[in-house]
Write a protein that binds this ligand. Sequence first.
Ligand code: 5GP
Length: 121
Amino acid sequence: MSETIFTKIINREIPADIVYEDDLSLAFRDINPQAPVHLLVIPKKPIVSINEIEESDRELVGHLYWVAGKLAKDMGFDQDGYRTVMNCGENAGQTVFHIHLHLLAGKPLGWPPYTDKMKQA
Ligand code: 5GP
């Protein structure tokens, strides 16, 4: 598959504000934050979207959620609350085709997370 910008971040070919790394995953700050804290938790394995998650990836995807919870605790927003989102495909607005868990925190987050205009569409 073709390489995305996230592979370049994993390989340190382009800079990112990395907050966590282990053998399986990397977490860094989103370049265009939608909340005071906006992190992206990604697997080092370049899975295109949720549609391409294989049975053998189940533990890896679970690991991303474990990292999200660890970061929430380590960064001190676990009790205030936060949101995780993984967009899949065009209607969800996925723009980078390497799965990533958005981790948003630092303010009350509206729900549902779309505008009235989009709701009517
Ligand atoms: P998606 O729209 O695919 O769910 O989310 C992709 C996210 O990646 C967006 O929130 C976007 O701001 C972020 N992003 C895109 N390119 C870069 C980059 O080069 N560096 C960082 N840190 N984030 C990026």
